[in-house]
Design a protein around this ligand. Structure first.
Ligand code: SAM
Length: 408
């Protein structure tokens, strides 16, 4: 191994997960537990500076930043749901105003549903396959809630009210809720499925406001946090630290962020909701093999087993290389990058993405400081897959995670 990896049990945080100290306001796949960054910032004496997360997801880097006195943070993601969650958590809102809006929303919905003739006034959305995933009754009740949320003029309050709405959509659909990908319930379960949409939404709204008030609001005083729904573009010599957990592979074959978020994004009116996975890192299959540096041998091995898979994997590394080029330019001299990543297995070949990241940053003016290996006991992602797609043949994909640290 070219870049030294140090096994560091201090970073395992066995038995702990995201919610242990920092409950999320909305489920999100492959979140990074904030404990990692908080410990590392202490170790590297990082505080009071400008932080970037080019793949910010639901925003664990900002939770870390808030805890460590970082005063300016920037985050980017191309999944609108991720941006919605992050912005909701890290925007300061007047609590009294928010609670009075909640009361108003309750009253409006309550008054509205008293008269059945009102139901005709509500427009039900019509996106692809909607009746396959939602019952008529659920569609109608979700549409009523959405109608009244849309009337909220204050955009910060509207955003936070959409968080429980998004979770309610998923919970009231015919999906099996404990999976990230969309699988429909069995027909016998559908017959017994009659969720109380209003009850679920307003309970979730109470919980969201409670968590926001207790865990996020008190820390939102000083830091300036900018979160954008787009791919990160270079901002030269601007950042002191980059803390991120990039996707571990293309969405189609690792974590399907777009599919997980599909219903929420569709209800939010996002035009490209169905295309998000293909817009993500490694989402467009490349037409040539990635044949540079230390990863090329591994890709060649995959190529011996499947040309198609080796092209898919190549496309991820081409995209990661481009992104590292932009990120590297955006870091100031002596600034640090911290990438938390897993080394996925494709066709039974483990890809050393941690080594790739260190190599690319070294080629872009950085020095590799160290890589810590931690056990991955607490991430919500598929830990196993079938390497041959044959039933009964499974192997562990990622039971370890790597924290790569480099300095410019
Ligand atoms: C491992 S997750 C980040 C999780 C985050 N640390 C958290 O705690 O929620 C990776 C994120 O990268 C995003 N992503 C994938 N390709 C992207 C791209 N090209 N530009 C920006 N974000 C992208 C995904 O939408 C996903 O939210």
């Amino acid at each position: 191994m070219k870049y030294k990896v140090i096994r560091n049990p201090k970073y395992d945080f066995i038995g702990q997960h995201y919610a242990t100290n920092y409950p999320n306001l909305h489920k999100y796949p492959a979140t990074m537990i904030p404990q990692i960054g908080i410990e590392l910032f202490k170790e590297l004496k990082i505080s009071n500076c400008k932080l970037l997360d080019p793949y910010c997801g639901s925003g664990s880097s900002f939770t870390i930043g808030m805890n460590c006195g970082i005063n300016e943070m920037w985050g980017f993601d191309i999944n609108p749901l991720a941006v919605l969650i992050s912005k909701a958590k890290f925007t300061k809102i007047d609590l009294n105003k928010m609670k009075s809006y909640k009361q108003k929303l309750r009253n409006e919905v309550y008054e509205f549903i008293k008269k059945e003739e009102n139901f005709d006034k509500i427009q039900i959305p019509d996106f692809y396959n909607i009746h396959f995933w939602f019952s008529k009754n659920v569609l109608q009740n979700l549409s009523i809630i959405k109608f009244f949320i849309n009337k909220i003029a204050n955009k910060d309050i509207k955003r936070i009210f959409l968080i429980p709405f998004s979770e309610t959509i998923r919970e009231c659909s015919y999906t099996r809720n404990n999976e990230f990908k969309l699988y429909k319930m069995k027909s016998e379960d559908i017959l017994n499925f009659n969720p109380d949409v209003f009850g679920i939404y307003f309970n979730k709204l109470n919980k969201t406001i409670f968590l926001y008030e207790k865990y996020y609001f008190p820390k939102l005083d000083s830091a300036k946090i900018n979160i954008d729904y787009k791919k990160f573009e270079t901002k030269e010599n601007y950042f002191d630290v980059v803390l991120t957990s990039p996707p571990y592979g293309d969405s189609k074959t690792t974590v399907a962020y777009g599919q997980f978020s599909l219903f929420s994004n569709e209800w939010l009116g996002i035009e490209n909701a169905r295309k998000i996975d293909s817009l993500m890192m490694g989402g467009k299959i490349s037409n040539s093999l990635y044949n540079k540096g230390l990863i090329s041998n591994y890709i060649n091995e995959i190529n011996k087993k499947s040309y198609k898979r080796s092209l898919e994997v190549s496309s991820y590394y081409y995209d990661l290389e481009d992104s590292i080029f932009n990120v590297a330019k955006s870091v100031k001299k002596n600034g640090k990058i911290i990438y938390v990543v897993g080394n996925r297995r494709v066709k039974n070949i483990q890809l050393p993405t941690d080594q790739f990241i260190a190599e690319k940053f070294e080629q872009n003016g950085f020095k590799h400081l160290f890589t810590y290996e931690r056990l991955l006991g607490n991430k919500s992602m598929p830990l196993e897959n079938s390497p041959t797609n044959k039933k009964g043949q499974r192997c562990g994909t990622m039971t370890k995670e790597y924290i790569v640290v480099c300095e410019k």
